[in-house]
Design a protein around this ligand. Structure first.
Ligand code: ADP
Length: 450
């Protein structure tokens, strides 16, 4: 086992990894930008290294500075968290060149799944159902038009290198295709430096259902059920639950097995998520994330596992600590994302937090790196905390979430907590009867958002 791990991240996920390290008796190294000198992850780690100025490109994304920090501190392995360098194959190779272990899959698997066209192709060949669309990149508008006619409108134009909902444009008819095609390409070029796009049939009322998988890197893999992340704004998740109110135990076992088999077949190592759209009883693969997800805690709560600990164990060459038979879901968990944003338009709301009080009590978990008096820097993601509840069943989990939200105090800045209070008043949320477009419609009606 490693004796020291460097965490190439910040915020709540850096804390999440530091906590797992402490519980495993492993020393942790925090890295931080000059904007984060007072951050909680810096305080809680055993050691810390300042790796650069505030912009992420000069600090949290700077591969040479992170490698130098490993060498200075003698860290043997790096946990990337999510975002930043977590799905960067070049980073994994650079670490390998320096004899440092990356806590995650191989660079080859990151590349395979990071290119959404290759990912779709690979999954299709492994027997996983995919969304109908162009088989590969769409080079020009003429080809786009031909594919649009073949699969029928509406269609969605998506960036091959996409992520975070960027470079994705809807065309309801052929009239809208040219605009969608050009904007998706321009956005993809600006965000990812790669303007290749592909086309998919646009599904009208699907749910977003994703399966958590775990591979040992030697041809064995398990699944840990699904998460329902259909409540989204601008393709970004805001409320996630496990299990999905729409999936039966039989369907879970069947699709979970398909997912586990697919990653076992490619010899995948570590945690991963296979994302699907689910409509009219059918699954359609959209992408695979080769890292820990923001919403991983709901799976941990329901399956009673520590996914970060498991990632570290597998990266150190140990066998999986659970078998498929031992992974039995129990109860229901919900996570809501607390962002420093002002409703109704979700404009970023950085600033200094006055009083912070985290909810507690039975079945309540608050994953956050904020504290009273903390100054939220304006340079990074607006996620400041995740409130997770677990209860014996879904109605009890909703009641628990409601009471925990009432206990939460974050003064001095605007947060998305009022949205979650409002969601818990909605019949569709209470009954679990929602799709990926429901939230946007609700926001337009109730909050008059743009
Ligand atoms: P990203 O990598 O940017 O997150 P995804 O491919 O995972 O992109 O898609 C993100 C979200 O966009 C999905 O959860 C869903 O809400 C929406 N979406 C993606 N593909 C489709 C599709 N074919 N039809 C309808 N909605 C889609």
């Amino acid at each position: 086992m490693f004796s020291k791990i460097l965490i190439a991240n910040r915020g709540e996920i850096a804390l999440r990894v530091i906590r797992a390290c402490r519980e495993m008796g492993i020393k942790s190294v925090a890295v931080h930008s000059t904007a984060d000198s007072d951050a909680m992850h810096v305080r809680l780690a055993h050691e810390s290294v300042c790796i650069g100025p505030p912009p992420a490109t000069d600090s949290y994304l700077s591969i040479p500075d992170i490698i130098a920090a490993c060498e200075i501190t003698g860290a043997e392995a790096v946990h990337p968290g999510y975002g930043f360098l977590s799905e960067n194959a070049r980073f994994v190779e650079a670490l390998e060149d320096h004899g440092i272990v990356f806590i995650g899959p191989s660079s080859e698997h990151i590349r395979l799944m990071g290119d959404k066209i290759t990912a779709k192709e690979t999954m299709k060949n492994l027997g996983v159902p995919v969304v109908p669309g162009s088989d590969g990149g769409v080079p020009d508008l003429e080809t786009a038009r031909r594919i649009g006619r073949e699969i029928g409108y509406p269609v969605i134009v998506k960036a091959t290198a996409g992520g975070g909902g960027r470079g994705m444009k809807l065309a309801r008819s052929e009239n809208e295709l040219e605009q969608a095609f050009r904007t998706a390409r321009a956005e993809a070029r600006a965000a990812f430096g790669n303007d290749e796009v592909y086309i998919e049939k646009y599904l009208g009322r699907p749910r977003h259902i994703e399966f958590q998988i775990f591979g040992d890197g030697r041809g064995a893999a398990v699944h840990l059920g699904e998460r329902d992340c259909s409540l989204q704004r601008r393709h970004q998740k805001v409320f996630e639950e496990c299990p999905s109110p729409a999936i039966s135990p039989d369907l879970r076992a069947e699709m979970g097995a398909v997912c586990a088999r697919a990653v076992a077949d490619i010899g995948y190592a570590g945690a991963g998520t296979i994302e699907f759209l689910y409509e009219d009883g059918r699954f359609y693969f959209i992408e695979m994330n080769t890292r820990l997800q923001v919403e991983h805690p709901v799976t941990e709560e329901v399956f009673n596992v520590d996914l970060v600990r498991e990632q570290i164990r597998v990266a150190a060459g140990e066998a999986l600590s659970f078998t498929q038979e031992a992974l039995v879901p129990l109860g229901h968990a919900i996570e809501v994302r607390i962002n420093a944003e002002k409703l109704p338009n979700f404009t970023p709301s950085p600033g200094t937090i006055g009083t912070y009080h985290a909810p507690g009590g039975l079945g309540v978990r608050m994953d956050s790196a904020i504290y009273s008096g903390y100054r939220i820097p304006p340079y990074y993601d607006s996620l400041i905390g995740k409130l997770i509840v677990r209860a014996p069943d879904r109605p009890a989990a909703l009641m628990r979430l409601s009471r925990a939200l009432r206990e939460l105090v974050v003064d001095g800045i605007d947060t998305t907590a009022p949205l979650h209070h409002a969601l818990l008043e909605e019949e569709a949320v209470l009954s679990g009867d929602y799709d990926i477009h429901w939230l946007e419609n609700m926001l337009r009606e109730k909050f008059r958002a743009d």
